[in-house]
Design a protein around this ligand. Structure first.
Ligand code: PEP
Ligand code: MN
Length: 265
C-alpha cells in the first residue's frame, strides 16, 4: 500500500528519507534542551522531542515542567528551525500545547483514551500515535481511526514495544507490527527503540532492524548527561553516542557531523 506523506514543518514522514526525531525524555531546563537540539540537528535529526507533562508510573517521580517546557521547546525549535513534538494527556493540554508545538504525541498509556483521540482529531494538529504496550496492532489502528474519523489525517504511528514475559528488556519491540501497520492504513510508521529496550546498548541494533522492516523514521532519547537525567537516563544516548549513532543509521549529513569540543564531556 502506498503510504501517505505527513508533513510537519520540513519533516516529511512517509517520503523517500527516514525522519529522525531526537531529544530528551523530559524537558529539564533550557540549557539542556538547547545543547541537545544543537547536536541532534547537526547530526541529521529533523524533529526535536521533549516531554512537558510526563506520564510517570509513580506520582512522586518528576512530572514535567508543563508550560515552561513548552516555551523552552518552542525557543529551541525556532533557534534551530526544526519542528517540535510533545506528549499531551488531556483536552486542556491539547489546547495549551497546540500554541507552542508542531506535533502532539499520544503516549502508550493514553492510546486507549478515546476521548483524547477524538479531541486530537478535532484539533487538526499532526499526531504521533504511540502503540499502547498492551494493545494489539488492530487496537492501535482503531485508535488511529478515532483521529481519522474527525477528519485529521496527519497521523504518524509509532511502534514502541509491547509487554511480554521477557524481563531483560523494558518492552519487546514488535518488528512485525511495522509492515503490518504500514500496509493496513497507509500511514507512516516510525519506531522508538528506546522505550522498547529500556537500555541504550540495544538502541542501534533495534534501529537497524526497524529500518530493515521499512520504518519511516526513528525516535531517540538523547541527554547531555544521561546518568543525571530526571527520566529514562538508562535508555538515553549521550551527545557523543548520538553522533556516532546517527552516522551508523545513515542519518548524518554528508560531511560527518562533528561536535565542537565544547559539546564534549
Ligand atoms: C515518551 O515518549 O517519553 C514516552 C513516555 O513513551 P511511551 O508513551 O511510549 O512510554
Ligand atoms: Mn522516556
Amino acid at each position: 500500500m502506498l503510504v501517505r506523506e505527513v508533513r510537519v514543518g520540513d519533516a516529511v514522514f512517509g517520503g523517500s528519507k527516514i525522519v529522525l526525531i531526537a531529544g530528551p525524555c523530559s524537558v529539564e531546563n533550557e540549557e539542556m534542551v538547547i545543547e541537545t537540539a544543537r547536536t541532534v540537528v547537526k547530526c541529521g535529526a529533523k524533529m526535536l522531542r521533549g516531554g512537558s507533562w510526563k506520564p510517570r508510573t509513580s506520582p512522586y517521580s518528576f512530572q514535567g515542567l508543563g508550560l515552561e517546557a513548552l516555551k523552552i521547546l518552542r525557543k529551541a525549535g525556532n533557534e534551530f528551525n526544526i519542528p517540535v513534538v510533545t506528549e499531551v494527556m488531556s483536552a486542556k493540554q491539547i489546547e495549551i500545547a497546540s500554541e507552542y508545538v508542531d506535533m502532539l504525541q499520544v503516549g502508550a498509556r493514553n492510546m486507549h483514551n478515546f476521548t483524547l483521540l477524538s479531541e486530537i482529531g478535532r484539533s487538526g494538529m499532526p499526531v504521533l500515535l504511540k502503540r499502547g504496550f498492551m494493545a494489539t496492532v488492530e487496537e492501535w489502528l482503531l485508535a488511529a481511526e478515532y483521529i481519522l474519523k474527525e477528519g485529521n489525517e496527519s497521523i504518524v504511528l509509532c511502534e514502541r514495544g509491547i509487554r511480554t514475559f521477557e524481563t531483560w528488556t523494558r518492552s519487546t519491540l514488535d518488528i512485525a507490527a511495522v509492515p503490518l501497520a504500514r500496509n493496513s492504513l497507509g500511514l507512516p510508521v516510525i519506531v522508538d527503540p528506546c522505550h522498547a529496550a529500556g537500555r541504550r546498548d540495544l538502541i542501534l541494533p533495534l534501529s537497524l532492524a526497524a529500518l530493515g522492516a521499512g520504518a519511516d523514521g526513528l525516535m531517540i532519547e538523547v541527554h547531555p548527561d544521561p546518568d543525571k537525567a530526571l527520566s529514562d537516563g538508562g535508555q538515553s544516548l549521550s551527545l557523543e553516542e548520538f553522533e556516532s549513532y546517527s552516522q551508523k543509521i545513515g542519518a548524518a549529513p554528508q560531511s560527518p557531523c562533528r561536535l565542537k569540543k565544547k559539546n564534549r564531556r
